[in-house]
Design a protein around this ligand. Structure first.
Ligand code: PLP
Length: 420
């Protein structure tokens, strides 16, 4: 079987370590299911990204939808990152960290009046508008608040990001953004929006994109718009290319951030404005694992199942995207046979699985497995389905063990609920 290892999460003497701490020690201390993150992986990824673009005026906004643990967000904020928030709840969370509100971007395809009002009240750097009606609403609310809102239009460049259809966002058939023609007509009617200043242009064409070409195509379409607007006396301050950079979950070949920078910097240099990035997965995905205990091994006819104590409520990606995650033992034992099995959770759904027909060394009840690459879109999608408590989140920094969030109690699940 294949083992997935990174600089900060790897085996030493057949034991899986997160930085300097054995995973076995963590499960003994905190139980399972358990999310564990490597802080130095996050720091490293951020620094790599930032330094790849050091030649140009840029700013990274961590897309907290990928991992919204306060300590994780704050790790990036302390390195200079801003935060891309997608809802009132994310804005509330972001403001609990050390980020200043003028380093927050408010995103979202269906923002409510409250969300827009809150964004303006907190004075966020910019609000992204995703349709004409939203531009009108932002203008109206900003007027009522005697403010001028800084707005970027999220353009849908109609580019195929060649990724899973559920995380492709830049095609005209997707619900996101405004087509280029409509966006141009909104910018051109800017005088009608007295309480809006258009400060930027934005895109986000999808997630887990493993080829640079879709980015180049979209950047080129948006650059054309930028220059046309400039020639029409609208000088935008921000050119935001969103997130979407793919990472390695299995054997897919993504591009390096240095390669991405080398192919895009010359295009960005022509723009004479600040380039904004909103990476999520790139910064977090391979910095996290989900630890789980093997409950049972069973056979239905020829089919083998390993039943573990984590489930789709902890990590939804396999269920909704058929996403691949490496699954490997916390302790490697010599001379174990390799078997083919489905690795499934205890939730009452056929879709509750982590892997199907996966080759994995034989496991025994009571042993522990690690679901790898669980730092992005993992805990943020967790739910209480089947009245299961959400898992704790532990951050490892060298030898230091930080409890970033404890396991929920059953009382938390009943919060303010009554029988009437
Ligand atoms: C607007 C926006 N920006 C950034 C991101 C982050 O994407 P990724 O995690 O693929 O970098 C997303 C994710 O869907 C998004 O919707």
């Amino acid at each position: 079987m294949n083992y997935f290892e990174t600089e900060f999460i790897h085996y030493k003497n057949n034991q899986l370590y997160v930085e300097e701490v054995p995973a076995e020690e963590l499960v003994k201390k905190f139980g399972t299911p358990l999310y564990v993150y490597s802080r130095n992986h996050f720091i490293n990824q951020y620094k790599k990204f930032d330094s790849a673009f050091k030649e140009i005026d840029h700013q990274i906004f961590f897309a907290m939808k990928s991992n919204f643990n306060l300590s994780v967000i704050d790790t990036f904020v302390k390195l200079g990152s801003g935060v891309d928030v997608n809802s009132e709840g994310e804005l509330f969370r972001a403001l609990k960290t050390n980020v200043s509100s003028n380093k927050i971007i408010l995103t979202g395809v269906g923002k409510t009046k409250n969300e827009i009002r809150l964004g303006l009240e907190k004075n966020v750097l910019m609000i992204k508008a995703e349709c004409e009606e939203e531009v009108e609403l932002i203008n109206k609310i900003a007027g009522e608040m005697n403010q001028v809102a800084s707005v970027a239009l999220r353009v849908n460049p109609d580019v195929d990001a060649q990724t899973h259809p559920y995380i492709s966002t830049g095609l005209s058939k997707n619900k996101f953004g405004i087509d280029t023609e409509t966006a141009m007509s909104i910018y051109r009617r800017r005088n009608q929006f007295r309480n809006i200043q258009f400060t930027g242009i934005d895109m986000h064409i999808g997630s887990q994109i493993t080829s640079i070409d879709p980015f180049l195509e979209a950047i080129s379409k948006m650059s054309e718009m930028y220059f046309t607007l400039k020639s029409e006396k609208l000088k935008l301050k921000h050119f935001d290319i969103g997130g979407g950079i793919g990472v390695e979950y299995n054997s897919e070949k993504s591009f390096s951030i240095e390669e991405f920078a080398s192919k895009t910097i010359s295009l960005f240099k022509k723009l004479d404005c600040k380039i904004l990035f909103e990476p999520g997965r790139f910064l977090t995905a391979n910095g996290g694992i989900l630890l789980t205990e093997v409950l049972y091994n069973k056979r239905n006819g020829n089919k083998k199942f390993i039943i573990v104590d984590s489930a789709m409520n902890d990590l939804l990606r396999p269920t909704i995207y058929q996403a691949y995650h490496h699954i490997q033992p916390v302790l490697k034992f010599e001379n174990r046979e390799i078997q083919t099995a489905d690795i499934v959770g205890p939730v009452c759904e056929t879709g509750d699985y982590f892997a199907r027909d996966r080759e994995i060394s034989e496991t025994k009840s009571g042993e522990y497995l690690a679901v790898m690459s669980a730092g992005a879109y993992a805990m943020t999608m967790a739910s209480n389905y089947n009245a299961r408590r959400r898992a704790p989140e532990i951050i490892i920094d060298g030898e230091q063990i930080i409890i970033a969030r404890s396991r929920e109690t059953f009382e938390h699940l009943l919060w303010d609920e009554k029988i009437i």
